[in-house]
Design a protein around this ligand. Structure first.
Ligand code: FE2
Ligand code: FE2
Length: 396
């Protein structure tokens, strides 16, 4: 026996299909729904709707019988299920999501015949790591408010040259953080949204860098009103990062080597900060950087694990960058001297000597950190040391 649906005077011009759909919902394929109503166009509209949706139709009376079709008929014929929202599920994240899945939520059913999007980063092997959903959740939970997290109003008094040294280091940090914002933002725009958690992590990493640029700028201009010096060597080093079109190579140079070295630098700034504002700025930014380094290591170790030949390309990227920067000065003297003075704390031969030793120890620590991370990517001890030593003198 067919079920009955009386639409009254409601026509397809005012939403009758919503009621028809609802009535069909519980029916099995092949079951009938008798639809009646007083709208003059009802039989014509009902027939057209049934054809579009893949249901059978038999006219009769003031409406007709709808014979429920297969779920995948009509508009949804040829549609595809796009993985699953939970990345931990088997098959949730596919190796090569097609461009036609476009911007759809992962796990959504996508209608056939949609536009073909061109995402340059659409291979799971290149972008994915199991740790990424957790790293994104950590990043989202760890967002801090620059206005409240830093004690901007705490009174402190610094000798003029110490303040200048802080301003110079902040100025240097800002341009490096700017490169660190541009890279993840650029790759987020080229990434297939099927890799939702990677997209989210790249976006929140860019947002982290936006905050870093803000707090370094605020500290730079806190007393003197203007930033310090920007050098050719520093900018040349950063330009090689922005010029690297390959995601894996760019993120290797930026995160594993550059941000890894910056971790040591920010800890140095925290430990040698001459004032509470600088100390807090360095402490909070270092916490974020540790996550950025973890992200880089996570996707790259998965990548080289699947494709060991990738190691040769990573090594070549370091060597090429080294060759490109050989004629530049690397770290500017002004930043180096500022770090020495901050570690010394005063103008006294003994203090300056101590400060110089600390900066040398910092550079040593940076090098060891790079070696350790290169070892984690499977490089041998000897190669890790050689490659670490070829890293830009600009640190980032
Ligand atoms: Fe940063
Ligand atoms: Fe960073």
């Amino acid at each position: 026996l067919p079920r009955d649906l009386d639409l009254g005077s409601l026509g397809f011009d005012r939403g009758a299909h919503v009621l028809v759909k609802h009535a069909l919902h519980d029916l099995e394929i092949g079951d009938r729904l008798r639809v009646v109503g007083t709208s003059a166009e009802l039989p014509v509209h009902l027939r057209a709707w049934c054809r579009a949706q893949g249901h059978g139709f038999e006219p009769g009376g003031q409406g007709g019988d709808v014979v429920r079709g297969a779920a995948e008929a009509g508009r949804w014929k040829g549609s595809e299920r796009t993985g699953h929202p939970d990345p931990a599920r088997e098959g949730a994240v596919v190796p090569h999501p097609p461009g036609r899945w476009g911007l759809a939520a992962r796990g959504a059913r996508v209608e056939a015949g949609g536009p073909d999007f061109r995402f340059g980063l659409s291979a799971k092997d290149v972008v994915w790591a199991e740790e990424i959903p957790r790293l994104y959740a950590q990043a989202a939970a760890a967002q801090w408010d620059p206005a409240k997290a830093i004690p901007w109003d705490t009174p402190f008094q610094l000798p003029d040259e110490i303040e200048d040294a802080v301003v110079q280091v902040m100025t240097y940090l800002i341009e490096n953080e700017t490169a660190a914002l541009i890279l993840p933002a650029k790759f987020a725009g080229d990434l297939h949204p099927h890799f939702r958690e990677v997209m989210q992590l790249l976006a929140i990493q860019a947002a982290d860098e936006a905050r870093h640029i803000e707090v370094f700028t605020r500290r730079a201009v806190l007393r003197k009103g203007t930033p310090g010096l920007s050098t050719v060597g520093g900018q040349a080093s950063l330009k090689t990062l922005l010029d690297e079109p390959d995601f894996a190579l760019a993120m290797f140079l930026l995160s594993v080597l550059g941000e890894g070295s910056f971790l040591s630098l920010l800890w140095f700034m925290r430990d040698n900060a001459p004032d509470p504002v600088t100390r807090e700025v360095a402490t909070l930014t270092a916490q974020d950087e540790a996550r950025h380094v973890a992200f880089g290591l996570a996707h790259l170790s998965r990548h080289v694990g699947l494709h060991p030949e990738m190691r040769g390309r990573l090594a070549a990227a370091i060597q090429e960058r080294h060759a490109a920067l050989q004629q530049t000065a690397g770290l500017n003297e002004e930043v180096f001297d500022a770090l020495v003075l901050l570690a010394a704390g005063e103008w006294d031969p003994e203090a300056i000597g101590r400060g110089h030793d600390r900066v040398a120890a910092l550079q040593q620590e940076m090098g060891e950190g790079r070696e350790k991370r290169l070892r984690r990517l499977g490089f041998g001890e000897e190669e890790a040391r050689t490659l670490s030593e070829l890293h830009t003198r600009n640190f980032m």
